[in-house]
Design a protein around this ligand. Structure first.
Ligand SMILES: [Zn+2]
Length: 111
């Protein structure tokens, strides 16, 4: 697929990943959290914080897989090679055939 389609789909996957993971994690651990006695007040918010971190971490995995494992098409004239991106800011696609690197103004993850 072309890069102009690959990047928006990466963001869509990221968004859907967060929603999906957030819903499943809250559904699973929310019930567990309610089972913790209230006298463990501080511990409870700590566990809640841990869940939030888990959601942020797990939620990016589908987008990470999509961005780094699903190839876009090389933008080099005459080359239809598979261009793979790294999880970085800015996102750059490297062609596996001709080695052409296509920088994009879009970023993901750490800058
Ligand atoms: Zn190429």
């Amino acid at each position: 697929m072309p890069i102009w389609l690959h990047i928006p789909l990466t963001y869509v996957t990221l968004f859907v990943g967060f929603i999906f993971v957030a819903l499943s994690v809250w559904g699973l651990w929310g019930g567990l959290l309610n089972a913790i006695p209230d006298r463990l007040g501080g511990m409870k918010s700590l566990i809640g914080f841990g869940i939030a971190v888990a959601v942020l971490w797990l939620g990016h995995i589908p987008a990470w897989l999509f961005l780094t494992r699903v190839p876009a098409r090389c933008t080099q004239q005459g080359c239809k090679g598979r261009a793979y991106a790294a999880w970085a800011s800015p996102i750059a696609y490297t062609c596996s055939v001709c080695g052409h690197v296509r920088q994009t103004p879009f970023g993901i993850g750490k800058r």
